[in-house]
Design a binder for this molecule. Structure first.
Ligand SMILES: Cc1cc2nc3c(=O)[nH]c(=O)nc-3n(C[C@H](O)[C@H](O)[C@H](O)COP(=O)(O)OP(=O)(O)OC[C@H]3O[C@@H](n4cnc5c(N)ncnc54)[C@H](O)[C@@H]3O)c2cc1C
Length: 565
């Protein structure tokens, strides 16, 4: 509708079609609002499409139905113990109280469907109130063929997460693929996956059996289509427009020029945070500012900058948390580009691997969560260069467990040595020289660690001490599932850098995701969710699904609030 200089008028404009924005748009449409989602890229999903798709929702229905017990009080005690310097935050109480209900509502009214993860320890599993199982849920596998031609609109996962050039596999699939010769069930599952994949490739550019973040996005997109919610692709939120003290609309940058959208209920900012905005990285992230990000390139802080221009509070935390971290290795790809492999669960906790800094010394429990590992890098770096660090193991370890983008079962490492992904050497002295560290220190570190492996305990850093450590270790390795010797040549080193999975600093909001100004007063008509909203976890990472859980819950709350206005 063109009126008074506006090009279009809607109830609610949602900026960004990641999990946050898609959920907000979907719920608002279900509540009867006239919604427009604008998306900067040509695909839906954002970083969410490339994610593992896990949601941390304490006391969720799916886990209770699967036989796991939990309650909001335990989860609150856990967060209180974890977030020591984050201060009270009413949004956390709301999140714990409302999370299960939001997920149930989405499951009841949309194509979203979740399964209990079962055992999946909280990331500080030794703190009071921590759970070992039942707080994480994952999206059910989605059949991308339901989207027909629009399948191409789903952003694919990172290359390093696909097999055979386009087949998605979830954690459970990996276990069954690796054990394909062990029993008939695994073998049949493997044959089915591969057959389906090759049939898919006759029609589609990649496999259509979507798992993890792609399943979440596929289900959200399918639901949006079923509810005829329009997505304007190639339209980036450029600025917010105010009138009489409230948000009146927004300007979108499109390939055809600027589009002015008037909004009756407001605007939801869901542009994914500031990952690729160097000035914001330097303001909100720790020093040395991480060089790498796992977020999609479009996330340049547009929502935060626009919010700030209309008076939203975006204050650098005093301790510059800024990110929810993962260690990454740099993967040289065949086409000359560089991928990033996030070392989330598969290798660090396994027996027979340590991390060393530039001095050749261990500095962290290698089996802690990916976030805590990187926090360990930052902390150690203050006294001794630990960014980058090196993962050290032997070729036998890789054959058994894999290392980063090198799959388990790999015996010939030549390709990975040639392209520079890893360094190998026949002796520890030679390896030390290859990674430019002191040979005597590195040798002492490894001899000491190997003694710990025999004793089954790591008095230096406690590798294998917590439920989380052991969950990601090797249950067949005794006495400690996370400790094993590094002793068979060739020895291997892999360089590791910090990166963020998600930004944690964002716009201040209340428990309805309304954006607050510097006096903590809501800016009428302005909402933020996903990584545009300041993380309710104050820079901590309580468990699997720490960003997507709150992203969906507060997107839902923003939409419901807008609908009630
Ligand atoms: C490998 C990996 C695994 C992960 N696994 C998990 C997990 O299991 N659980 C979990 O909780 N988190 C996980 N994360 C983090 C999670 O993916 C993100 O925190 C989440 O996707 C954030 O959602 P969002 O909607 O805020 O942003 P995004 O998913 O990044 O979406 C933002 C969207 O906004 C668009 N956009 C940007 N600027 C504009 C603009 N100006 N106008 C319009 N559109 C714009 C982008 O193109 C994008 O589509 C993982 C991340 C990675 C990389």
């Amino acid at each position: 509708m063109a009126k008074d200089g506006w090009d279009r008028e809607v109830d609610l404009l949602v900026a960004g079609a990641g999990p946050g924005g898609m959920t907000a748009g979907l719920v608002a449409a279900l509540e009867g609002l006239d919604v427009l989602i604008c998306e900067k890229s040509e695909q839906v999903g954002g970083t969410g499409a490339t994610s593992a798709g896990t949601l941390w929702i304490p006391n969720n229905t799916q886990s209770r139905d699967a036989g796991y017990s939990d309650n909001a009080d335990d989860a609150a005690a856990y967060l209180d113990a974890l977030i020591v310097d984050g201060g009270a935050d009413a949004r956390r109480t709301t999140f714990l109280a409302d999370g299960p209900r939001v997920i149930d509502d989405l499951v009841a009214r949309t194509e979203l469907s979740f399964l209990a993860c079962g055992p999946h320890p909280d990331y500080r599993s030794n703190l009071p109130g921590a759970a070992i199982a039942g707080r994480a849920i994952i999206p059910e596998v989605f059949d991308g063929r339901l989207l027909d031609r629009d399948f191409v609109r789903i952003r694919p996962p990172i290359n390093e997460f696909m097999l055979l050039g386009g087949m998605m596999v979830a954690k459970n699939d990996v276990v069954r693929l690796l054990g394909r010769w062990q029993n008939v069930g695994n073998f049949t599952h493997t044959v089915r996956l591969v057959l389906r994949y090759f049939i898919d490739r006759l029609k589609y550019a990649r496999g259509t059996r979507l798992v993890m973040g792609n399943a979440l996005i596929g289900r959200l997109f399918y639901s949006l289509k079923q509810n005829s919610v329009p997505i304007h692709f190639g339209a980036a939120l450029d600025d917010l427009l105010m009138s009489e003290g409230r948000i009146a609309g927004a300007m979108l940058k499109t390939k055809d020029g600027i589009l002015r959208v008037r909004t009756r209920r407001g605007v939801v900012l869901a542009t994914g945070g500031f990952a690729h905005n160097q000035a914001m990285r330097e303001t909100y992230m720790p020093v040395p500012v991480p060089l790498h990000s796992m977020a999609v390139a479009e996330n340049t802080g547009d929502g935060l900058a626009a919010g700030k221009r209309v008076g939203a509070a975006l204050d650098p935390p005093t301790d510059r948390h800024g990110g929810l971290w993962t260690p990454v290795s740099r993967v040289p790809r065949n086409d000359g580009t560089q991928g990033l492999y996030p070392h989330i669960i598969l290798d660090r906790a396994k027996p027979g691997l340590i991390a060393v800094n530039a001095e050749g010394r261990r500095f962290v429990n290698e089996a802690v969560s990916y976030h805590d590992f990187v926090e360990g890098m930052f902390l150690a770096h203050k006294s001794s260069p630990s960014i980058p660090c090196q993962l050290i193991c032997d070729a036998q370890f890789i054959r058994k467990y894999g290392l980063g983008s090198i799959h388990p079962g790999t015996t010939d490492l030549t390709k990975f040595v040639r392209n520079g992904y890893i360094r190998t050497a026949p002796t520890l002295q030679a390896l030390a020289s290859a990674i430019n560290t002191d040979a005597q220190v590195l040798t002492e570190t490894i001899v000491r660690h190997n003694n710990f492996a025999v004793e089954g305990s790591d008095p230096d850093f406690g590798k294998g001490d917590t439920d989380l450590n052991r969950f990601n270790g090797d249950p067949d390795c005794r006495p400690n599932p996370c400790l094993g010797p590094i002793e068979t040549q060739p020895f291997v080193a892999l360089e590791i850098w910090p990166a963020e999975l998600a930004c944690s600093t964002g716009l201040a909001t209340d428990a309805d995701a309304r954006v607050l100004d510097k006096e903590s007063t809501p800016i009428p008509g302005l909402y933020a969710c996903g990584n545009d909203m300041d993380s309710i976890m104050a820079g901590t990472y309580p468990g699997p699904g720490t960003t997507l859980g709150p992203a969906l819950v507060f997107a839902h709350r923003a939409a419901m609030h807008a609908a009630k206005q």
